[in-house]
Design a protein around this ligand. Sequence first.
Ligand code: NAP
Length: 539
Amino acid sequence: MAKRVAVIGAGASGLAAIKCCLDEGLKPTCFERSDDIGGLWKYTEKVEDGRGSIYKSVITNTSKEMMSYSDFPFPDHFPNFLSHTKVLEYHRIYAEHFDLLRHIKFKSGHKCKKCPDFTTTGQWDIVTETEGKQETAIFDAVLVCNGHFVEPYLPLDSFPGLEKFKGRWFHSREYKTPDGFQGKKVIILGMGNSAADLATELSHTASQVFLSTRRGVWVLNRIFGYGYPWDIVFSTRLKNWFRNCLPSAIAQWMKARSFNQWFNHANYGLETEEGAQWKEPIANEALPSRIICGAVSVKTSVREFTKTSAIFDDGTIEEDIDVVILATGYSISFPFLEDSVIKVVNNKVSLYKSIFPTALEKPTLAVIGLVLPIAGLMPTAEIQARWATRVIKGLKKLPSLNEMMEDIKKKNKILIKRFGMNRACTLLVDYIEYMDEIASEIGVKPNIPLLFLTDPKLALEVCVGPCTPYQFRLTGPGKWDGARTTILTKWDRILKPTRTRVAKKMPRSSSSALLVVFLCFIILISFLSMFSYFREPDL
Ligand code: NAP
């Protein structure tokens, strides 16, 4: 009989998890607290308890080709960077195409507990509450897909005096639109994507916006070389291999050089502090423009708040502040699980390959989507779910506890060396390295040497072109026949939404003929002038 799997949450990770269960012949039931799919990407005018919340103007910071599920590209007419409505539309098409909705129970609160005989069965008791009615059911496994941008992080100790502040203050999670900020003086604390997005948006409405950062940040332009999306240019196997081969100091120098080519970060107050060079960059083409126009002013961290003002670390004071927004990020939390299953310490969890809790006697629970890949989260979550469902089915085995702990320690060391000790960096992974690592576990990592022998055109694209998620459907379990064509046609899908007007040009043949005539003319003139130069002067 097919194993029963409880999927917690019907957001981007949850939908992929349901699909992977079905692909493996498992029987999924998804429990979703709200009344719709899409998780974070479902915009609501009011913040909902226990659910991710976004602002109306949010645009993805990764492009559609890099953030799609591996066997389901975004429709070619969709823009490269997407609004929440477009991402949600994609989720709806995906759910409909793979018939996922009938496996989801909406408005269903949940608690997961190990069954009393867990050590032998690995089973879970799922207690759900739908419209006041409680039900308990036993499941063979659980896929945790609750997202990690739900619980706001409010480090009030870092902002002494905020309790005395007479104006309004709130976490960025509460922000929806710029309505109500007309003529206000606003301070935004933090320097992640939320802080930068809110600062640039509010700078058109507020009288002044101050952006206060402890460590600075690298700012990426979504529009990279020749106008292609940044991740299409940046996330290639060849470049990644080259970057990872370089000594860290040289790689950092090259990174700084390339980021500073757009604008010198030091001159805009955004230069990163020691140790923050590898912090998650932000994607925001408007920020330097709003800074140079004076609408956003970058400040150091706040030393103290008074009733109406903020005193910054560099001794400067800004008076008559109306609003303070804490864009200080989120905390990992699993409110529906007992602490003994996954313990969160300093916003860190001990998960084998960022998926499997090591404290369990049986590998029947996996966390999906708890990573920050600096690329598409959706394909990363999907590949995790592909592996997890194969482990649940018994097709793949996890190593011994010792080996898993060794791997976690090794990864932690690399993480600290690469990204530092900061709490916001605990989930960062190198996208291509991580995808390849999980793909190797499933047996779907592209075999590049073999590909060069059998299909050199595709091999070249896989190495030098963007590492799109379709690369992980070329071979092995879950192979998708459309993968090759989808890889080779990505430029068409990238250009379709922007190349909406093609200028009229002279037919190629007549323009090349004209060029040939012109060149002949130039050669003739040069020849004649040479002749006239060298010939005997007429006497
Ligand atoms: P975040 O990336 O975690 O950034 C939080 C910021 O808060 C940090 O950069 C840090 O700034 C500051 N901070 C944290 N603890 C602090 C403390 N104790 N004292 C002072 N400052 C503190 O949070 P986020 O910007 O909300 O983003 C969350 C996730 O959502 C990210 O992965 C982001 O990429 C994503 N996101 C994406 C978009 C988009 O696609 N457009 C938009 C928004 C968010 P300092 O570095 O200055 O210390």
